[in-house]
Design a protein around this ligand. Structure first.
Ligand SMILES: [Zn+2]
Length: 327
């Protein structure tokens, strides 16, 4: 049996698995992401991991590997441009650097685009012609499917939903712009909202803010709201207002059938989903607002490895599309 390797490179973890053409994942693993300051060292390390898989898995033939990586990345060339979430900088031909070390083909794409492919193949985007994907985590990633195909734009860099402006005089974003959706509806956004409060903060919150341990914040807010400290819901309301306003614009622009929300913060949807849906409907025209469902992904963290393997199958066999796999 032929199989593809799907690999999803995140800021904290790398998920890697082998998949057959039906999208079954017999095995997958999560490895902590080492921090490499040199792209050559990173390419050597990831090639080593990819090479180990066919050695361990004696049965079947690997047709190739797909890799989702934090961009910006030029597709299909696989060139990174100053990736803000990786330590190495500059213009990096990561595909070429990895390919020269491997006996099978390797394909790189933006992490959120790869996750969007996973949703289209096996998730809540299956069978849909038009949908949007949004991953809420430390930052915000996005993907756009139009007429049954992922829309990549001129340079392969479309889909940066996290960096659409929801307040043109708003918070300064890491990208250099102002009022990006990401500055409200992400872990960074939650930290921003807490830092803007004019009242003293409990020490567990101020300590997490000072030490930049922002990943702890959603859980801290959840526990405090659970204990009856309802004022912390205000932080989630700012989150939902930013996300809802952004989605309202996107619904007017794309008239999608669905918006699929994923990423680590999707586990906290009880605190923001209903308000996000209401605001998005208020901020969009009546008909596209009524048509579009805003839902939470059922694939969660598996979307990346599914989509990465899909990329390898589709790049090595022209007839392999998610449209042809439609049920
Ligand atoms: Zn931005």
């Amino acid at each position: 049996m032929e199989y593809a390797i799907g690999c999803d490179i995140g800021g904290s973890f790398i998920k890697i698995g082998t998949l057959n053409r039906d999208g079954e994942i017999p095995s997958w693993q999560t490895i902590p992401s080492p921090e490499f300051s040199s792209a050559e060292d990173f390419a050597a390390w990831i090639s080593g991991i990819l090479l180990e898989i066919p050695e361990k898995k004696k049965q079947g033939r690997v047709i190739g590997a797909g890799i989702g990586i934090p961009g910006p990345l030029r597709y299909p060339q696989g060139i990174l441009y100053d990736p803000p979430n990786l330590l190495f900088k500059g213009e990096i031909p990561i595909k070429e650097m990895t390919q020269k070390r491997l006996p099978f083909p390797v394909f790189f794409d933006n992490d959120a685009t790869v996750q969007t492919l996973g949703e289209a193949w096996k998730g809540l985007g299956k069978g849909l012609k038009n949908f949007l994907y949004i991953a809420l985590g430390t930052g915000v990633g996005g993907g756009i499917v139009i007429d049954g195909k992922v829309f990549r734009g001129t340079d392969g860099m479309a889909g940066e939903i996290g960096h659409i402006t929801v307040d043109y005089k708003g918070r300064t974003c890491l990208c250099g712009s102002k009022g990006c959706l990401e500055t409200y509806a992400s872990i960074n956004g939650i930290a921003n909202s807490l830092m803007e409060l004019n009242s003293p903060l409990p020490s567990e919150i101020s300590d997490a803010l000072k030490s930049h341990d922002w990943k702890k914040l959603p859980e801290i807010l959840k526990k405090r709201i659970g204990r009856g400290e309802t004022k912390w819901q205000d932080i989630w309301d700012i989150f939902a207002d930013g996300l809802g306003a952004g989605l309202g614009s996107l619904i007017n622009l794309f008239n999608p059938q669905r918006v699929i929300i994923s990423g680590g913060l999707s586990y906290y949807s009880d605190f923001f989903l209903k308000r996000t849906q209401d605001i998005a409907r208020e901020r969009s025209f009546k008909q596209p607002g009524a048509t579009c469902e805003i839902v939470i992904s059922n694939l969660k963290e598996k979307a990346g490895i599914l989509g990465a393997a899909f990329l390898a199958f589709s790049e090595t066999g022209s007839k392999f599309t998610f449209e042809s796999k439609k049920v």
